[in-house]
Design a binder for this molecule. Structure first.
Ligand code: GTP
Ligand code: SPV
Ligand code: MN
Length: 591
């Protein structure tokens, strides 16, 4: 092949096959160089796929608008194409691999005619790290190339690290006509292959992210004895310099990016507390030589929710977007060629286009930015990026935190009694749906470990894998907690201030890990004594308010237990006995 950047036979063979299938006019080997990316950005601007933003105010930044029918992940069109249907389990859509390949190849046949095939070599994790995994994505989208350049370690050094190995993940993406009816995101765990057609939206097409780093990697983790999780990773530094690392799994658009970059409340800042971000969405976790659980972030950037991100709520995220970032489906301010979204500030631009590219009147009550509009920002831009960000093995985890959006039922925070109970707590995560996926918003659904859309195999086997990891970790296992920042009052307002003030809850979690505070043993686990959560300096928030969100309402939990039992019913024989036993304990505790 001309200009090939590798001689790896498995890579060349696969690419040749895909060239024959998709019939591109031109093939471009992406080498990751600045010059080549600049050339592509310029080309993207000339075709209208990208808009170059104000170079003074937002240097190196671009705006991209997706098709209006293509703004979020499509869970109903996402398939796990394992050999056996049973291996996909009751929470995934399944298609037989032969059938899926043949249907997808029919869609992809000739799909690159008149277009360019971009060949993207990328690494999940630092290139050359023993824990890194490599992938190649073929795409006909410049937006995908320049986004992958932010989200992953991308470039020709990946071929050097890969050598002649055939241990790499194959990814084929074809925009086709962005036809919703022919949109498919398919995973073939047995072949380490992902095929995505008829979409241009991030989570469907940046194949290193959810498709590889969670759906394929969760399969690899199960086989190889590690874990691929939908988790942020952060370090809390105490005034004495000691850093405690925490991994937390919340469903999509439920606060991972915000927690990962939180700025401590003034009171804590004055004392010397700091928070360091290791990752905001995905954690790969292994048992280290010391027997503890170590987590690294396989990504190299943030694909964050734009609306709600402000200098007040998450300055670190906002600052991360101020150079070399891509904005998708936000408002284009035509006066100064910058961007805006709801709750960025109180001054929506007067002369602007909305996310659909239409002239937008900010006073007409319509939203300017799509609720799932996003920014793609280099991790290196983040002011609180951890010094361990590039460390291959990552950081040792002291606590695992689950959470979701629950107006009622789940208290602000509680701790599991032990690892298996913690797995139970993770398995029963329920949350109101958000705009991150197409479909109704605000409906409570079970989202175990925030992995419902991302676990690439049978959820019952996945729970068993968690239980097995706990056995291996023994007394070195992280402690497991659950949080809920989203309890509402009778008027529907959030009771807990959230954001930076979530550090107050993390402090309790760390104190529990260190055995420094006692707790109330309740039917669902250990709940804080109100005295042990610091509410000093909070406005309009007193001890009674705190008590109201620490409350465990037995009647609501009895309903919850019934819901869990029904949910567990789907898993039949695959429900681990340990989790059934935990449910029985919960029911007994509620009597
Ligand atoms: P994905 O990228 O989809 O995985 O989302 P995420 O989990 O990283 O969520 P993110 O941090 O982007 O937050 C999503 C939404 O939740 C934003 O609108 C935030 O403003 C809001 N949010 C985050 N943290 C809090 C909090 O502590 N309290 C409240 N009330 N809202 C929050
Ligand atoms: C999520 O939906 O959890 C995201 C965005 O982080 S996406 O990449 O679309 O999955
Ligand atoms: Mn996510």
């Amino acid at each position: 092949m001309t200009n090939a950047l590798t001689t790896n036979p498995s890579v060349l063979k696969w690419i040749e096959e895909k060239i024959e299938l998709t019939q591109p006019d031109r093939v471009m080997w992406i080498d990751g160089s600045h010059e080549q990316l600049e050339e592509l950005r310029a080309e993207g601007c000339s075709t209208g796929e990208l808009f170059k933003l104000n170079e003074e105010k937002l240097p190196g930044c671009y705006l991209h608008l997706s098709a209006v029918n293509d703004v979020a992940r499509v869970e109903g069109r996402t398939f796990i194409c394992s050999e056996k249907e049973e291996d996909a389990g009751p929470t995934n859509h399944w298609m037989a691999p032969d059938e899926a390949y043949s249907m997808l190849y029919d869609i992809a046949r000739g799909a690159y005619k008149g277009r360019t095939m971009y060949i993207i070599p990328y690494s999940m994790g630092p290139v050359g790290s023993p824990f890194a995994k490599y992938g190649i994505e073929l795409t006909d989208s410049i937006y995908v190339v320049i986004s992958m350049a932010i989200m992953t370690r991308m470039g020709k050094e990946v071929y050097e690290a890969l050598g002649n190995s055939d241990d790499w993940v194959r990814g084929l993406h074809c925009k086709c006509d962005i036809d919703e009816e022919k949109r498919y995101i398919c995973h073939f765990p047995q072949d380490n292959t992902i095929i995505s057609v008829n979409s241009g939206y991030g989570g469907n097409v940046l194949l290193g992210k959810k498709c590889f780093a969670l759906r394929i990697a969760s399969n690899l983790g199960r086989q190889e004895g590690w874990m691929a999780e939908h988790m942020l990773i952060l370090g809390v530094e105490k005034p004495n310099g000691e850093i405690t690392y925490i991994a937390a799994a919340f469903p999509s658009a439920c606060g991972k990016t915000n927690l990962a970059m939180l700025i401590p409340p003034e009171l804590y800042r004055e004392k010397g507390y700091k928070v360091w971000c290791v990752g905001d969405d995905i954690a790969w976790m292994r048992i280290g030589e010391d027997g503890r659980l170590w987590a690294c972030n396989p990504e190299n950037g943030f694909f964050g929710v734009a609306p709600g991100t402000s200098m007040k709520s998450n300055p670190n995220a906002l600052i991360s977007t101020q150079k070399n970032a891509i904005f998708t489906n936000v408002v284009h301010n035509l006066d100064d060629n910058t961007v805006w979204w709801e709750s960025m500030d109180k001054n929506p631009p007067k002369n602007a286009k909305n996310w659909k590219g239409e002239i937008w009147d900010c006073t007409d009550g319509s939203k300017g930015a799509h609720p799932n509009s996003r920014f793609t920002a280099p991790a290196q831009n983040c002011p609180c990026l951890s010094s361990e960000f590039n460390s291959p093995a990552g950081v040792p985890i002291s606590a695992i935190v689950f959470g979701g959006r629950r107006a009622k039922t789940a208290p602000l925070v509680y701790q599991s009694r032990d690892w298996n109970h913690g797995v139970f707590v993770g398995s029963i995560v329920a949350s109101e749906t958000t705009a991150a996926a197409t479909g109704a918003v605000g409906v409570v659904r079970r989202d175990p470990m925030a992995m419902l859309p991302f676990c690439g195999y049978h959820m019952g086997d996945y729970w068993k894998h968690w239980i097995n990891m706990g056995k291996k970790l023994g007394d070195k296992a992280p402690k497991i907690f659950n949080v809920n920042w989203f309890r509402t009052d009778d008027e529907g307002h959030f009771v807990w201030p959230g954001f930076g003030d979530n550090l107050r809850v993390l402090e309790w979690i760390i104190n529990r890990c260190e055995g420094k505070v006692s707790a109330n043993e309740t039917a669902i686990g250990y709940v804080p004594n109100a005295d042990d959560i610091n509410i000093d300096g909070l406005e309009d928030f007193d001890r009674a308010t705190l008590e109201s969100i620490l409350e465990v309402d037995k009647a609501l939990w009895a309903e919850e237990a019934a819901g869990i039992e029904e949910f567990y019913g789907k898993f039949g024989e695959k429900l681990p006995a340990e989790l059934k036993a935990e449910l029985d304990i919960l029911k007994a505790n509620l009597k």
